[in-house]
Design a protein around this ligand. Structure first.
Ligand code: KIV
Ligand code: ZN
Length: 523
């Protein structure tokens, strides 16, 4: 891949949704969800999938191993700190892939060097040893100097040269804290190519975080300067403000190929489906005005630009909705639609459902259709987002009645099933949602703290469903829950219980939680 990529101006897409993306607090995905997302990435033509951080937990190790076994065409990569044990564990997980890659990293900036308290020389030695070790295990090794954009240039040249000599085949230059700007991002890649011996034998990658909203621009600038691998995530998921969004770089290179003549191997028509699935499984909804995949990204079709659009779509469109896999009609089904039609529609939306899941979704679809005249794509997506594995549902809302209005306190009567047993309570609160959450807590006492409570209307109209997302934290474990219902308080109760069910699964899994492993600990 190395030489071809350089001469043909092909840019390699490295997706890290399952590693860097999953690191966003609360974005934890289940094993099955990770396998599903990896399958979709492979299918859409992603060149390299960073499937996880195998040393971080048993769960990560198992997910990376299974993704490696299943991958058809993508290279499967795992992350490892600059430690022999991490690298061995990573290799154990990725070695099953047809094309495995080990990605090892260490923080090289003065701030990051101070954490393990290594001198420049000691760190250089560690890089030499660990990259050599990785290369002895695997032909395909990526090395990253974390916080490269705040590393002294002379030291960066030195450590990049050492990593190349030790056998790294890709050198990734991370802007870990989203600090760089496009011109600087390009200059850095250009300088590395010009000044580091051996630079012409490897691929440079760019890995940008979005703290100043410049991640995509920085990645593209790096490509123009000679980088040939872009690291990105679906929907720009990732720590803090996230990462470069895959859909943005792919579409920018496609639409502005006149000024950025680079190709990717991505089938852009698969973008919308995977974006929706990642939003659903991560619990991070896509902001309405997000480029390419936001709900409003093509909304001019029905807005004030309609007249111009009808005369010539190009008046206001720089790409067609179909280019990213957006179906033309959003109105889907009503109460007479059958099970086969539902399965068909779900498949078009990117959801593969087994018979049991279809049965469950169909019952809830019918219940919704009884309450709501028109069911839109977004209603179905919300319905899917809230369907969880029945085995993981130890807590279930059976009945909820809430009295609210101008005279407080508001009162919630709740019946809930806990491990198959029925319990009921009546609690008050400051508003209907507070009363409901107090009732859940009275029946299932816990110490988890509510960190986020968010409500969105799925579609328009007063009969629209509300989707509710909650995020909770208990002893460093962060979980999210989602639910949708035409009754906002019911959706809130179900989202809260969904998060608690996920917390119970996390508690049961035991072992090392990701929060317990220090990302920067290399000693
Ligand atoms: O942002 C970063 O520096 C990273 C590294 C592990 C590559 O994600
Ligand atoms: Zn990162």
């Amino acid at each position: 891949m190395t030489q071809d990529t350089k001469t043909q101006d092909r840019v390699v897409i490295f997706d890290t949704t399952l590693r860097d993306g999953e690191q966003s607090p609360g974005a934890t995905m289940t094993h099955a969800e990770k396998l599903e997302i990896a399958g979709l990435l492979d299918d859409m033509g992603v060149d390299i999938i960073e499937a996880g951080f195998p040393i971080a937990s048993e769960g990560d190790f198992n997910a990376v191993s299974e993704i490696a076994k299943n991958a058809e065409t993508s290279v499967i990569c795992g992350l490892a700190r600059a430690q022999i044990g991490d690298i061995d564990r990573c290799w154990e997980a990725v070695k099953h892939a047809k094309q495995p890659r080990i990605h090892t990293f260490i923080g090289t900036s003065p701030l990051h060097r101070a954490i393990p308290n290594l001198t420049r020389d000691e760190m250089a030695e560690r890089i030499e040893q660990t990259v050599t070790h990785a290369r002895n295990l695997c032909d395909n090794v990526q090395w990253s100097p974390m916080d490269a954009t705040r590393t002294e240039l002379d030291y960066l040249y030195r450590v990049v040269e050492i990593a190349i000599k030790a056998g790294a085949t890709t050198i990734n230059i991370p802007d870990t804290v989203g600090y760089t700007a496009p011109r600087e991002s390009a200059d850095l890649i250009r300088k590395l190519i010009e000044n580091v011996p051996g630079a012409d034998e490897i691929i440079f990658a760019t890995h940008c975080h979005n703290d100043l909203g410049m991640a995509t621009a920085n990645s593209l600038a790096a490509v123009e300067a000679g980088a040939r691998q872009i690291e990105c995530t679906i929907n720009g998921l990732g720590e803090r403000a996230g990462n470069t969004a895959l859909e943005e770089v792919v579409m920018a290179l496609k639409v502005r190929n006149d000024i950025m003549p680079f190709q990717t191997g991505i089938d852009s028509t698969k973008i919308m489906n995977i974006s929706r699935r990642v939003a659903a499984v991560s619990g991070f909804p896509v902001q309405f005005n997000k480029a390419i995949v936001g709900k409003n990204a093509f909304a001019h079709e029905s807005g004030i630009h309609q007249d111009g659009m009808l005369k010539n779509a190009e008046t206001f469109e720089i790409m067609r909705p179909e280019d990213v896999g957006l179906s033309e009609t959003n109105l889907v089904m009503g109460k007479h639609s059958g099970r086969a039609a539902l399965r068909d529609k779900l498949e078009q939306l990117g959801f593969e459902v087994g018979d049991n899941q279809l049965k469950d979704v169909f019952v809830r679809f019918k219940a919704l259709a009884d309450r709501k005249k028109e069911i839109f794509d977004d209603d179905l997506i919300a319905l899917m987002r809230t369907s969880s594995d029945p085995e993981d549902e130890r807590l279930k809302i059976e009945k909820l009645a809430v009295r609210c209005g101008t005279e407080g306190p508001q009162v919630a009567d709740l019946v809930m099933e806990i491990d198959g047993e029925r319990h009921m309570t009546t609690q008050t609160g400051d508003g209907p949602v507070d009363a409901t959450f107090n009732a859940v807590k009275a029946l299932f006492p816990h110490e988890a703290k509510l960190q986020l409570y968010q409500v969105h209307a799925v579609t328009e109209g007063t009969d629209a469903q509300a989707t509710v997302s909650v995020r909770m934290e208990e002893a460093g474990r962060i979980v999210t829950g989602q639910s949708a219902d035409t009754d906002t308080v019911v959706a809130s109760a179900k989202a809260y219980v969904h998060a608690l069910n996920r917390l119970l699964v996390r508690r049961e899994k035991g072992g090392k939680d990701k929060a317990e492993i220090s990302y920067k600990d290399v000693s």
